[in-house]
Design a protein around this ligand. Structure first.
Ligand SMILES: Cc1cc2nc3c(=O)[nH]c(=O)nc-3n(C[C@H](O)[C@H](O)[C@H](O)COP(=O)(O)OP(=O)(O)OC[C@H]3O[C@@H](n4cnc5c(N)ncnc54)[C@H](O)[C@@H]3O)c2cc1C
Length: 438
């Protein structure tokens, strides 16, 4: 019997170099089967225990733009994108049944809950075969020279292994063969219309991501990346790849090979090499999340070490609103709240302030980043927070001297003025006078 295949887009919102999508198409074509494509748009009304939403406005808009772009690209081979909103499991079970699907192809989920819900789907749809493939890493799982038992304890050990034993395979060329759709009519609601427009450059979609990356390479700024990457602001201060990598609008392997081609053509130097190092950091956190999906969310991480913060609601609200005694922290938080983006140095400073100056549980800050960042990437975000809190293992907590960092990275105070970091409360805690005896 011809197979009926569902393909679920998740953190792989693209057509090029999409290994899992290609396998789904290939299997359906070889067996004269049919294919249906589906994506999930989470609601932005689910919160965590600190009051953070799982999905904020910036990323929701970016995801919606990416899905519209994907839908348009899929219309050329005669496909459309079904959409699940609301409860993932209910929606997926209904779609599997409506399509009478016997196989589901998808990217291997990054998160612990995302893995659990795939298992729940399999239990509820007896007979459904689920095929999960890696689409968001440089290296293939099967070729890794370590597992959870001997996972490298430091990035430098990982980097040495990567340099000596691993190879980034060439991106796949699209076969161009598309099987027919299971259903020509829509089974689920249409994608919501795009309403909000943005003035920032972070516009979702595969072609927008590729255009930005090509423009960055053409600008020549890759040659000085190492000198500029720690700046607090500026479009070409760093590559700005992150929103498109995090959503899978861009393939990290494609980016890697284009960087290597650029080096062959225009010359390699310490800066171009450092972009590759940062992509390896991303890779390190992704495999950490893969092998230790639960530890990523533990206050003391996998190592059982690190600082134990508390939750002070007033302090946390002030941090979120950019209303702390530290102008540089306020400026960074205002930038994040308005644009959905913050530089890497900014992220380090505000995380250090939350953990070390304010004594707050780092997970509250990681949850706020999850809500606000346009480039939220589960293992990269939670891994970096653990790193600064000293919970990642194998290193001390990272405590940044805010006055020194401000003098170094914003000597004339331009960044703080631009993002109104000086308009803030100089006092960290307030006590209600009514609480004090006369
Ligand atoms: C507390 C904290 C939270 C963070 N949360 C996220 C997140 O949710 N999503 C995210 O993509 N990045 C996160 N980062 C990493 C980093 O800040 C961003 O990747 C970077 O600022 C994005 O801008 P860019 O693409 O111009 O980076 P570039 O400096 O141009 O780097 C190129 C790429 O390398 C990777 N990269 C760079 N820095 C890091 C890093 N420190 N760790 C892992 N990968 C890195 C990213 O994929 C990035 O797009 C976080 C860092 C910190 C300190």
């Amino acid at each position: 019997m011809a197979s009926r295949i569902l393909y679920l887009f998740d953190q792989d919102l693209r057509l090029s170099d999409n290994h899992a999508l290609m396998q789904a198409c290939l299997q359906a074509c070889l067996q004269a089967g049919l294919l249906q494509l589906v994506a999930y748009l989470p609601d932005n009304n689910q919160g965590d225990r600190f009051g953070n939403l799982m999905l904020g406005e910036h990323r929701r808009r970016f995801l919606l733009e990416s899905l519209h772009h994907l839908q348009q690209s899929l219309s050329y081979p005669g496909h459309h994108l079904e959409l699940i909103t609301g409860d993932w499991l209910t929606g997926m079970v209904q779609l599997v049944r409506a399509c009478r699907a016997d196989k589901l192809f998808c990217s291997r989920p990054q998160g612990y809950w995302e893995r659990r819900r795939l298992k729940a789907l399999q239990q509820q749809c007896g007979g459904l075969e689920i095929v999960q493939l890696d689409t968001d890493t440089l290296f293939q799982h099967a070729l890794l020279p370590f597992n959870h038992l001997d996972f490298p304890r430091s990035f430098s050990k990982f980097r040495t292994l990567a340099d000596s034993k691993l190879k980034v395979s060439e991106p796949l060329l699209s076969s161009g063969h598309w099987p027919s759709a299971i259903s020509k009519v829509r089974l689920t609601p249409q994608l919501p219309e795009l309403t909000a427009t943005v003035s920032s450059g972070y516009i979702g979609g595969e072609s927008q991501g590729m255009a930005n990356w090509q423009a960055y390479l053409a600008s020549g700024h890759a040659q000085s990346y190492k000198e500029t990457r720690d700046r607090l602001d500026g479009w070409y201060q760093s590559t700005k790849l992150s929103p498109w990598l995090a959503s899978g609008c861009l393939s990290v392997r494609q980016v890697w090979h284009q960087l290597r081609d650029y080096e062959t053509r225009w010359g390699a130097n310490a800066s171009t090499g450092w972009i590759a190092v940062e992509l390896l950091w991303r890779e390190y956190f992704h495999w950490y999340g893969h092998f230790f999906p639960k530890a990523l969310f533990l206050q003391k991480g996998r190592s059982g070490q690190g600082l134990t913060g508390c939750f002070y609601p007033e302090r946390f609200r002030k941090w979120c609103e950019g209303n702390t005694p530290w102008p540089v922290v306020n400026a960074c938080m205002n930038q994040l709240n308005q644009t959905g983006y913050m530089s890497n140095r900014g992220r380090q400073l505000v995380a250090s302030a939350l953990i070390h100056e304010m004594g707050i549980d780092w997970r509250a800050g990681a949850g706020y980043f999850q809500q606000q960042l346009v480039d939220f990437d589960l293992p990269v975000n939670w891994g970096n927070w653990q790193y600064i809190a000293g919970a990642f293992g194998g290193q001390q907590p990272k405590h940044f001297d805010l006055a020194w960092q401000t003098a170094k990275h914003d000597p004339a105070g331009e960044f703080v003025r631009l993002w109104r970091g000086d308009k803030a409360d100089e006092q960290l805690d307030h006590t209600d006078a009514a609480d004090w005896p006369c």
